[in-house]
Each structure stands twice: as structure tokens, then as C-alpha cells.
Design a protein around this ligand. Structure first.
Ligand SMILES: NC(=O)c1ccc[n+]([C@@H]2O[C@H](COP(=O)([O-])OP(=O)(O)OC[C@H]3O[C@@H](n4cnc5c(N)ncnc54)[C@H](OP(=O)(O)O)[C@@H]3O)[C@@H](O)[C@H]2O)c1
Length: 306
């Protein structure tokens, strides 16, 4: 069955992501026909916030009443739920089944494809809080789409209706795509936690540290947006302060565990960024040697976290 240009949408799952997408699509004029969740209250809460949307108790009813169905459930449940849906002709409507996970292969929706339903992935690069404010905040973010044929322009139009940019992905690249995205999310937090832990050894409490470090992170993000990554680089690598870098690596080694190794690995990446500049610091090769020597010492010690 061809995909309608303005499909009736359905949601299986009424959690943080579904609340934002359903409200955003409805605001953009797409009809959201039905929502199912594990608990009736959860589905009802979302459906009540949308015009003419039914809260239903079973996922199959969403399939039977919507053209394009979003599986907005925890990643580990996507395959099981998709396997329990039937597309046997009694459901007159569903022409596309889409999941929203960054890390799950679209192939888990294969039973639907075998029944003639288009399948795809629609992954917003956004941390959903579940608050109503998400609907406004998601504008300007990107949505990564994995689909084929007519589903590509349809999902692209849906992403744009939220004010989002569209990225496209081939299935085989999904693990690298999703893993690398962590550098802009959880790993930024992990890096902050490392700084807070080290400052704690100096007597700063965690609140003080975060109050000092978060504005630095925000400024760095703004500088990256304005000037690009290599120009936004700051610190000893950026200035070519080789002696400072060497003393910092030595200081991190006194902390034991893997602190110096982590610092050296991230400095390696900072040096790569500095090399991309039109005029890299004159001491860049010396700094590289210092970092590689520190890494070799860490490896020789078998550095690990306790
Ligand atoms: N949260 C994010 O920031 C984010 C970002 C990008 C992508 N995603 C993706 O979006 C998807 C949903 O994540 P989420 O954060 O929205 O999860 P969530 O807040 O935990 O919500 C999950 C929803 O799924 C429902 N559910 C669970 N099992 C179900 C079942 N068997 N049948 C029907 N509904 C079921 C839950 O029902 P109840 O409400 O009744 O418990 C809940 O409404 C995941 O694939 C995730 O990877 C999330």
C-alpha cells in the first residue's frame, strides 16, 4: 500500500520520547490516531494531551488504526513487540513501522517487512526529559533516519516538522554512529566527573566544582559552534606549552590508577585537533613525543581503574 503524504500516526510506548514526538507532530498538524503503553494510565495521559487520539491497551490496536507506527519502547523490547504484531490484511492501515533507537538494527522489524510493511529507524539526537519543554527544545537538533524508498521523504518531512535537521544512515554503520554520539553526551559527563573527582582530592566539594566547570563546558560548546573544533581548542596544547603539558602528565601519574592514561589519550586527540590548524604550535612534535612516552609508561604499569 503506498504511503500517504499526511499519515495518521500511532505510538507504541508513551514515555519520554513519545510524549515529545507525538506532541510535536500533532502541533505540526499530523493526526496522532492512537497510543498504547504498558500501563493504561500512561497511554491515557499522552492521548489526553492530543486532539482526537485514542489511548488503547494493546499495541495491535495501534497497528490497526494508524498508517505510520512509532515503536517508542525500551530498546530491549523492540524486537519482541514487533514479533508479536500481526500484519495479515485485517489491519487495513499500517504501511510503515519505525523504531526510535540509535543502537538497534532496523532488521529487528523484519517480520513487518515480510508482511509488506515499510520499516525504518527515526533516531532523534536529543536527550528527552519527558517535560513539555522538550517539544520546543528539540527544534535545531538532528534526526537520523534509516529507511528505504518512499519512507525516506516521509520520515524526513516528519523530522523537519519538528524543526530538526535530517541525517541518513546505512544499517551497517549503526554501532559506530551510536557509540560515537556518546562523546557529545555521556562521555562529556564522564570527563566532567573525572575533573570533579580530581578536584575533590584538592579539597573542592562537588557543587563548587560543577559551578566552576559547567560554565567552562558551556563556553567551549559555544566556541566550537562559532569557530569550529580546532580553533576552539584551548589549554597547553593549543598554546604549545610543552613544559606545562609534561608537568601535568607527571602530576596525573602521581594519582595512580588510569588517570594519566586517560589524560594522555585525550591529549593525543587534542594534538590531532591542533595539527588541523593552519599554523599548529611549533612544539607540536615535542608535545606528541611527551604524550606517547606517558602512554607507554601507563601501559607498562598496566594502568587500570580501581
Ligand atoms: N529518552 C531519550 O532521550 C531517547 C533519545 C533518543 C532515542 N530514544 C529511544 O526512544 C525509545 C523510547 O525511549 P524512552 O526514553 O521514551 O523510554 P521510556 O521513557 O522508558 O518509555 C518507554 C515507554 O514504553 C512503554 N512500554 C514498555 N514496554 C511496553 C510494551 N511491552 N508495550 C507497550 N508499551 C511498552 C512504557 O510504558 P509505561 O509508560 O506504561 O511504562 C513507556 O511508555 C528507545 O528506543 C530509546 O532508545 C530515547
Amino acid at each position: 500500500m503506498p504511503l500517504p503524504a499526511f499519515p495518521r500516526l500511532g505510538f507504541i510506548g508513551a514515555g519520554r520520547l513519545a510524549r515529545c514526538l507525538a506532541a510535536g507532530f500533532a502541533r505540526a498538524g499530523y493526526p496522532v490516531a492512537a497510543v498504547a503503553a504498558r500501563t493504561p494510565d500512561s497511554a491515557r495521559r499522552l492521548a489526553q494531551a492530543l486532539p482526537q487520539c485514542r489511548a488503547v491497551t494493546d499495541a495491535q490496536t495501534v497497528i490497526d488504526t494508524s498508517d505510520v507506527v512509532f515503536l517508542a519502547v525500551p530498546d530491549d523490547s523492540i524486537g519482541t513487540i514487533a514479533n508479536n504484531l500481526t500484519f495479515d490484511g485485517s489491519n487495513e492501515r499500517t504501511t510503515a513501522l519505525v523504531h526510535c533507537s540509535g543502537a538497534t538494527s532496523v532488521a529487528v522489524l523484519a517480520p513487518a517487512r515480510e508482511a509488506g510493511v515499510a520499516i525504518g529507524g527515526f533516531h532523534p539526537l536529543y536527550l528527552f526529559t519527558g517535560d513539555e519543554a522538550d517539544v520546543d527544545r528539540i527544534a535545531g537538533c538532528s534526526v537520523t533516519i534509516e529507511a528505504q524508498g518512499e519512507l525516506v521523504p516521509l520520515l524526513s518531512a516528519l523530522a523537519r516538522s519538528l524543526g530538526c535537521e535530517v541525517l541518513t544512515l546505512a544499517g551497517a554503520q549503526r554501532m559506530l554512529y551510536h557509540g560515537a554520539a556518546h562523546y557529545a553526551a555521556s562521555f562529556a559527563l564522564a570527563a566532567l566527573a573525572e575533573a570533579v573527582d580530581i578536584w575533590r582530592t584538592l579539597g573542592f566539594n562537588d557543587d563548587q566544582s560543577l559551578r566552576a566547570l559547567l560554565p567552562m563546558l558551556a563556553g567551549t560548546v559555544e566556541a566550537a559552534r562559532a569557530k569550529g573544533l580546532s580553533s576552539a581548542l584551548a589549554g597547553p596544547v593549543s598554546r604549545g606549552d610543552a613544559a606545562v603539558l609534561a608537568r601535568q602528565l607527571t602530576a596525573f601519574e602521581t594519582l595512580g590508577e588510569d588517570h594519566a592514561m586517560l589524560y594522555a589519550l585525550l591529549t593525543r586527540r587534542a594534538l590531532s585537533l591542533a595539527r588541523r590548524r593552519t599554523h599548529p604550535p611549533a612544539s607540536i612534535d615535542a608535545m606528541t613525543d611527551t604524550v606517547e612516552a606517558a602512554l607507554a609508561r601507563s601501559l607498562a604499569r598496566g594502568a587500570r581503574a580501581t
